[in-house]
Structure formats: structure tokens, C-alpha cells
Design a protein around this ligand. Structure first.
Ligand code: M6R
Length: 611
């Protein structure tokens, strides 16, 4: 989604901004632009399409202060005129987020004779800055943002102030950086990669004034505030392909390490007494999330109910706040998000907290809006994920949620210390718990074997890429893997696909299945296998080609399947972490067979910071 980079320094700003924007490319965007100040008027360069086109156009442009942006269109088509920065009067602004009251604000401006140069909601911010301009840059920003409803991360320049940049945030992430007396601002840490960078994330309602001589922070009233800085070796936040053709492929190979690290971090954390209390009193678990993270919630729901015997529900975060959810003090709400910045997940998490729930965040980005909001954070340690199609972060989410399920189980059985390190010792005391924890610890190796077993997906992909539509079916936990496999496939191959509980097929979707329709069955639960086979036969009888991902060797050779992949067997509740791997690789190979770039799917963004 949209990305922001800003710079105040002693060097030319354009190369710094372009490097930052390149580092944000993976997030998805459709146009890019930058504005520079070199004493006089703004130099504005904007282009539809890739940062490479902007780079050509910006060659030779001077200015030691600048702001840059990659735009993912929400209001107004992807075009040069809608690309940021937007300039009005003395002000140039780049904006992430959505201004919900922009129509009313724009109407007011137009009624007083102002004209607009774009169709965006963001341009109105530049008009407001001009409206409140009485010569004090900070005051103009404070008054302008006070009139905005919605979410924003802003970087703003003012003509006549050639060594100054102001940044402001509400509901959309923004981080200030400093290195060697030069100042940076960015919407995401990867844009600020480099050794020795000190970082300071802004909180909602905060404003940063960056000048060549230093940075100062203010609240919305203009009162000076002190902020804490932390040094990051952000070199590690800018992953390289390391010989892989695509980040998605590399990230699938990183799954075993991601889940091993996630489990290790969970189990080494010191016990947390208030979390233990909460888990002991939990009567209902709601997992709120979107997309792939929601699918990890579907798998976790099965595990929590089966292991802890506590009712659990996976909730689509974008629906949550509109259904007036029932939440009480004994409800544990778990918000799952790779980025920690997904607007819908954040809104659901805020509502749950307002209603009295204890909020656990399962997040891959450590300093995010979600981790700041949560009462307790379970980090997933997948490392930066560049591919828009989430892979290793999903598997890491599963492991974090399975460990939470084990903690809830221990709490239910009366154990007092059920958090983190306490869980490990509790498990040593109980035979069945010890077995479950050992099974979890074995998952990295099993995932590695599943990657090796999935070579055949290249051959499957050659057949799938010409299909009209593709269906994924499974029962119980296998259903969770099936829906994730389907989402992966549609995201990057652009082929219509659905994931279904196998038994639901006959209640409608079967009407769409005909000659040569690929139907992929996920089957890892022996107790449910024959039931799933009934659905497979129903599809085959209508002309479908059935494919199988299974851990049950007796089914792998069955003749009714066009092809099958045998993955290693594991505890059925944890099986999605393994069985999803062939499906992730199938999506990757099918995207390639369709001629698509799997890392940059059309229309999609890595982090969806708008509702
Ligand atoms: O950053 P989040 O985990 O909150 O993102 C949620 C979804 O937008 C995300 O999982 C999306 O569905 C992925 N592109 C799927 O591959």
C-alpha cells in the first residue's frame, strides 16, 4: 500500500528518497512521486507506474530536503495527476491513509474559489495547510490535521523553509530516523535500512519537526514531548534475493527457520503473571484477522477447541465491528497480523479492548500499531516478508497460535504458570502435553520435508494455468489449509478459485464443477478421510480432475487422483502448517506458468492500511 519517505540532510535528497521508495516497492503501488526544496520553489516529479520511471525523470534534480511517495489508488485512478506529492500554495504533502471527510472539506475550499488538481482525498490536506497558514509552519500543520477525520501519515514541506520537514501521524504508521546528523521519515522500517540508524516511531496525534539542526516532537496542542530513540541495525530489514528468482520462493524455504524461531522465542520468554491470570479465566476466544492471517485463525480455532475445550471463533476483522460483537471480561481476543498495521484488524482490536477484552497481538512486525495497542504480544519471528502473498508469516502465525492453545490447555487443567517458559515446564509434567509440545518442536523438520516433497507442483501448475476455475476442499483442520491454498492461488495466478469444507460442495458449488475442473483435496485426518473421499468422488463423477495433498500414504497411490503429493504425517491439529506448503508452492508455480510476477500481484498491497 502507499509508502512515504522523507529526508532532511546535507546531501541531495532525490537519491535517498528513491532508494527508500525502492525498498517499499514490495508493498504494492501504482504511481510514485517526489518533491524537493532547494531554496526556491518546489521541484515536483511524478510518474504513473514504477519507481524506475520516477528515477529517470528525477535525474539531476537538486534539493537537500524532500518527500517521496508510492501510491496505491483508493480515491481517483492511478495516474500522474493523482500521484503524490500534492502541492497547494506554499505546501507540498504526501499522505498515507484515508481522509473520510474530504468531500465536505473539498466543497468548502471550492466554494471559496480554490481549484483542485487531482481526484484524491489527500490533496485537501495541502489546501487546509494553506488555509491555516499564518507564517508558523507547525501551527499550520496542527490546525490542518485537527480538521481531518480518518487516518493519516503525513510528510510536509513548506516553501521558504528549505531545511525543514514536518511529519504527523494518526492511524497510519510513521517512523522518524536519524543517522550522522541527517533526518529521515518513513512509513515502514525497511525504507530506512542501513547501519547505525536510530529510529523513533511516532504515536497517534504526534507531530515531528525535522530540521537540519535536530528533531523536535509535539502533541496536537503544540506542547513539546520527549520521545525515546532506539538503535536498529536495519541492514537486516532489507532482505536480498540471495540467488532466488523471487522473494516468495525464498520465503517458502525460510518456513522451517521461521517456525523454529517463533517457538523458541515463545518458550524462552519469562513468565507473565497477569497473562497467566487471564488465560486461567478465559471462557471464550475470538481471533480477529484478515486474509491469510484469518486463515491461521481458522486453524487455531480447531486447535484451541480441541486442546483446551474453550469455545473459539475466527472472526473476519472487517466484519467484526459491524456485528456488535459480544465481548466480556472473560473473552480473550487475539488479533493476528503479519504487518500489525492492517486497518480492519486494528479497528476490531480497538473495539474488543473498549468492550473489556484482554488483547493479545500475534504480529510479525515488532514495532507496529497493533503491538502498541495490545495487552500482550506474541511475536512471530518470520523476519521481513517481502512477497505480497504471505507464506512464512502464515506458518509462523500457526505455531504461535498452537502454543497459545497449549497454554490455554495448561490453564484449564489448573496449572498456574502457563505462559511461555512456564508452559515448557508444565508440559514436562504431563505426558500428553509433553507429546504435543514435542510434535510442535518437530514441525520445522516436517515443513522442510514437505518443501522437498512438493517438487511435483511444477507439473500440476502446467495443467492448472489453463483451467477456468480451481477448487480446494478439506474437512476439519484440512479445511483451514484448503482455504489458504485457494487464496494463495487466486492472489498470484489470477485464476478464479474457492476453498470449501468438503461436505459443502454438494450444497451448491458442485454445479460449477465439470469436465477438467481441478479439485484439490487436502486430507491429513484419517478419521475424516473417507468422508472427504465421498466429496472427491462426487466431483470426479462430474468430470473433475482430482488432485490430492495428503499425509496418509494409503491414499497417495489411489487411482482416482490425477496426481498426489505425500507430505509427512504429524499431529492432526497441527497439520495445516505442513499441508499448506505444497499449496503455497502450487500457487507460486502456477503464477509463473501464467506469466505473472508472484512477488507483485496486480491490485494488491502488502499492508492494507485503509478500511
Ligand atoms: O498484515 P496482515 O497479516 O494483517 O495482512 C492481512 C491480509 O491483508 C494478508 O494476509 C493478505 O491476505 C495476504 N496478501 C495474503 O497472502
Amino acid at each position: 500500500m502507499c509508502g512515504i519517505v522523507g529526508f532532511v540532510g546535507r546531501r541531495n535528497a532525490a537519491p535517498v528518497l528513491l532508494e527508500g521508495l525502492r525498498r517499499l516497492e514490495y508493498r504494492g503501488y501504482d504511481s510514485a512521486g517526489l518533491a524537493l526544496l532547494d531554496g526556491g520553489a518546489f521541484t515536483l516529479v511524478r510518474r504513473k507506474g514504477r519507481v524506475a520511471a520516477l528515477e529517470d525523470a528525477a535525474r539531476g534534480k537538486a534539493g537537500k530536503v524532500g518527500i517521496g511517495h508510492t501510491r496505491w489508488a483508493t480515491h481517483g485512478a492511478p495516474s500522474e495527476r493523482n500521484a503524490h506529492p500534492h502541492i497547494y500554495g506554499k505546501f507540498a504533502v504526501v499522505h498515507n491513509g484515508i481522509i473520510e471527510n474530504y468531500r465536505a472539506l473539498k466543497k468548502e475550499c471550492e466554494e471559496s474559489g480554490e481549484t483542485f488538481a487531482s481526484d484524491t482525498d489527500s490533496e485537501v490536506i495541502a489546501h487546509l495547510l494553506a488555509k491555516y497558514d499564518e507564517g508558523d509552519f507547525l501551527d499550520s500543520v496542527r490546525h490542518a490535521v485537527a480538521g481531518l477525520r480518518g487516518s493519516y501519515a503525513l510528510a510536509i514541506l513548506c516553501e521558504g523553509r528549505p531545511d525543514e520537514l514536518i511529519a504527523a501521524r494518526k492511524g497510519s504508521p510513521l517512523i522518524v530516523g536519524e543517522r550522522d546528523g541527517e533526518w529521515y521519515v518513513a512509513s515502514d522500517i525497511p525504507a530506512l535500512a542501513g547501519k547505525g540508524m536510530k529510529l523513533c516511531p511516532l504515536s497517534d496525534g504526534e507531530i515531528a519537526v525535522l530540521k537540519r539542526g535536530g528533531a523536535a516532537f509535539f502533541d496536537i496542542e503544540g506542547k513539546r514531548i520527549e520521545k525515546e530513540w532506539a538503535e536498529y541495525d536495519t541492514e537486516t530489514s532489507a532482505p536480498q534475493l540471495c540467488g532466488y528468482p523471487h522473494f516468495m520462493r525464498k520465503e517458502i524455504d525460510e518456513i522451517p527457520a521461521s517456525i523454529a524461531q517463533t517457538a523458541a522465542e515463545f518458550l524462552k520468554k519469562p513468565a507473565n503473571q497477569s497473562l497467566c491470570e487471564v488465560l486461567c479465566h478465559t471462557e471464550y476466544v475470538q481471533i480477529v484477522a484478515c486474509g491469510t492471517a484469518y486463515h491461521s485463525g481458522l486453524a487455531a480455532k480447531c486447535a484451541i477447541e480441541a486442546l483446551a475445550r474453550i469455545p473459539a471463533e475466527a472472526c473476519i476483522a472487517s466484519e467484526y465491528r459491524y456485528r456488535d460483537p459480544v465481548v466480556s471480561k472473560s473473552t480473550l481476543v487475539v488479533a493476528v497480523s503479519q504487518s500489525g498495521e492492517t486497518a480492519d484488524t486494528l479497528a476490531a482490536a480497538r473495539l474488543a479492548k473498549e468492550r473489556g477484552a484482554y488483547l493479545i497481538a500475534v504480529a510479525n512486525v515488532p514495532h507496529s500499531s497493533l503491538t502498541a495497542l495490545a495487552d500482550h504480544v506474541i511475536p512471530t519471528a518470520a523476519g521481513t516478508e517481502i512477497g505480497v502473498a504471505a507464506t512464512k508469516s502464515y506458518n509462523a502465525q500457526l505455531i504461535a497460535l498452537y502454543l497459545l492453545a497449549l497454554s490455554l490447555r495448561a490453564a484449564k487443567s489448573g496449572a498456574r504458570d502457563v505462559s511461555s517458559s512456564g508452559l515448557a515446564s508444565q508440559c514436562e509434567r504431563d505426558g500428553e502435553d509433553a507429546r504435543l509440545l514435542e510434535t510442535l518442536r518437530a514441525l520445522p523438520a516436517l515443513c522442510g520435508e514437505a518443501i522437498a516433497a512438493s517438487r511435483k507442483t511444477k507439473e500440476w501448475a502446467r495443467r492448472f494455468c489453463s483451467a477456468k476455475s480451481i477448487y480446494f476442499i478439506g474437512r476439519g483442520c484440512d479445511h483451514a489449509a484448503a482455504v489458504e491454498g485457494s487464496l494463495k492461488l487466486k492472489e498470484i495466478s489470477y485464476l478464479p478459485s474457492e476453498g470449501y469444507p468438503a461436505g459443502e460442495l454438494k450444497h451448491g458449488t458442485l454445479a460449477l464443477i465439470g469436465r477438467d475442473t481441478p479439485v484439490v483435496a487436502v486430507m491429513t485426518d484419517r478419521a475424516l478421510a473417507e468422508k472427504t473421499m465421498n466429496s472427491v468422488h462426487e466431483a470426479i463423477s462430474r468430470g473433475a480432475d482430482a488432485y490430492l495433498v495428503t499425509s496418509l500414504s494409503e491414499y497417495a497411490e489411489r487411482k482416482e487422483f490425477a496426481a498426489s503429493i505425500l507430505v509427512p504425517a504429524c499431529e492432526r491439529l497441527f497439520s495445516p502448517a505442513v499441508s499448506v506448503i505444497p499449496l503455497q508452492l502450487l500457487a507460486y508455480e502456477t503464477a509463473l506458468a501464467c506469466g505473472n510476477d508472484p512477488d507483485k500481484p496486480r491490485n494488491l498491497a502488502k499492508s492494507v492500511t485503509v478500511e
